[in-house]
Design a protein around this ligand. Structure first.
Ligand code: UT7
Length: 329
C-alpha cells in the first residue's frame, strides 16, 4: 500500500546559550527551581540578526541532503511556526526563495506547539490525495526569544530557539506514516497566547506598555491539558493502526516539561528508554521541538529501519495531535 515516508531529517540551533544561572540574574528564580520543575538547564537563543527563516533554511538544507532530494524537486513547503519572520509574507515563501525551491508552493501553518504534527498530517493528505505532489518539505521553526517576556519568570525560563525539518515522499511497503490525528479545543485559547500584534489588539503605545506582545501562559492549566491529551491522541492513532503501546520503539513528544514527559510515559506504561528527550539542552521550542529531537536521534543512529515511532504534540489553541510512523523508506 502507498505510504508517506520520511526521507530525510535535519535541524539547526543558534549558537547563543542561555543557562539557568543566567536567568537567575534576570528574574527571581533558581537553577534548582527550574531543573526540578521543568528539567531544563539550557536554551539556545538566536542573535539579533537571525530570524526564523534562517534557522529553517539550515535545517531544511540538512534534511534535503539526507533525503537525496534537490530543492528544485520540492512540490510544497509547509513551515509550522508561531514566530514567523513577519506577519506577511509567509516564512515558507522566504524559505522557498533561500532554498531556490522554485517549483514549490509554500505556506505557513500555526498550530503552536502542535504545529509540526498538524503540518505532517496536512502534508500526508496532499501526498496521498493528489498525484501532482511527490516531495514535501515540512519544517518546525521558532525564534521564541522574540516573544518571551524576560521579566516574567512564569514563562521566560521555559522557551528557546531552533528548527527541525523533514522531507516527505511516498513509497510502497510497510514503512511510513501509519496513522495521524489532529484536534483542537478553542475553549482553552486564553490559557496560552500572545494577546497583541494581531487584529484584536494591533500594536499601540498601550499594548507595548502592557507587555501584550509577549507570551502569556497559565502554566498549571496547560500542564493538566497536556497530561490529559497525550494518552487521548496516542489511543486514537494506535487504534487506527491496530497496534498497542508495546509495539512502539520510541515516543517523540513535544518537549514542554520533563515532568510532562515522565507523567505521560507512566500513564502509557512505556519504559523511559523509549522516550526521546533533549529538553535539558534546548527547553521548549514549540513547533521545532518534535522534528529537532527526532533529527538528533537519527543523527545518533538511535533509530533503525522498521522501528515504530509515536510522535505526540500539544499546545496553544489548545491543540493536540499524534502520528505513528514506521521508520524507513
Ligand atoms: O509548549 C506549550 C505547552 N506548555 C506547557 O506544556 C507548559 C506546561 N506547564 C508547565 O510546564 C508548568 O506548569 C510550569 C513549569 C510552567 C510551572 O510549574 P508548576 O509546577 O505548574 O508551578 P506553578 O505555576 O504552579 O507555580 C508554583 C510556584 C508559584 O509560586 P506560589 O504562587 O506557589 O508562591 C510560582 O509563582 O512557583 C512560582 N514560580 C517560580 N518560582 C521560581 C513560577 N515560575 C517560577 C520560576 N522560578 N521560574
Amino acid at each position: 500500500m502507498l505510504k508517506v515516508q520520511i526521507l530525510g531529517t535535519g535541524y539547526d540551533v543558534p549558537e547563543g546559550v542561555l543557562s539557568n544561572n543566567d536567568l537567575e540574574k534576570m528574574v527571581q528564580t533558581s537553577d534548582d527551581w527550574i531543573t526540578s520543575r521543568t528539567g531544563i538547564s539550557y536554551r539556545r537563543i538566536a542573535g539579533s540578526g537571525t530570524a526564523t527563516s534562517d534557522l529553517a533554511y539550515q535545517a531544511s538544507k540538512a534534511a534535503l541532503v539526507e533525503a537525496g532530494i534537490a530543492a528544485q524537486e520540492l512540490d510544497l513547503i509547509i513551515v509550522a511556526t508561531m514566530t514567523p519572520d513577519m506577519p506577511m509574507p509567509a516564512t515558507a515563501c522566504l524559505l522557498q526563495h533561500l532554498l531556490g525551491a522554485n517549483r514549490a508552493a509554500a505556506f505557513d501553518l500555526n498550530a503552536a506547539c502542535t504545529g509540526f504534527i498538524y503540518a505532517l498530517a496536512t502534508a500526508e493528505s496532499f501526498l496521498l490525495s493528489n498525484n501532482k505532489y511527490h516531495y514535501i518539505l515540512v519544517v518546525g521553526a521558532e525564534v521564541l526569544s522574540r516573544v518571551v517576556d524576560y521579566k516574567d519568570r512564569n514563562t521566560c525560563v521555559l522557551f528557546g530557539d531552533g528548527a527541525g525539518a523533514i522531507v516527505l515522499g511516498k513509497g510502497e511497503g510497510n514503512n511510513g506514516i501509519l496513522a495521524a490525528y489532529i484536534s483542537a479545543d478553542g475553549e482553552g485559547s486564553g490559557l496560552l497566547n500572545i494577546p497583541a500584534g494581531g487584529s484584536r489588539y494591533p500594536a499601540s503605545k498601550e499594548t507595548l506598555a502592557r507587555r501584550m506582545h509577549y507570551m502569556q501562559m497559565q502554566g498549571s492549566e496547560v500542564f493538566k491539558f497536556a497530561i490529559k491529551s497525550i494518552p487521548e491522541c496516542v489511543d486514537r492513532v494506535l487504534k487506527e493502526a491496530d497496534l498497542c503501546t508495546e509495539d512502539v520503539d520510541y515516543i517523540v513528544m513535544h518537549q514542554a516539561n520533563l515532568r510532562i514527559l515522565q507523567a505521560a510515559a507512566k500513564r502509557l506504561n512505556m519504559s523511559w528508554e523509549k522516550v526521546l528527550v533533549n529538553i535539558d539542552q534546548y527547553g521548549n521550542i514549540s513547533a521545532a521541538s518534535i522534528p529537532l529531537v527526532l533529527a538528533e536521534a537519527v543523527d545518533e543512529n538511535k533509530i533503525k529501519a522498521g522501528d515504530l515511532l509515536l510522535l505526540v504534540g500539544f499546545g496553544a489553541g489548545l491543540t493536540m495531535g499524534a502520528a505513528l510512523v514506521r521508520w524507513g523508506r
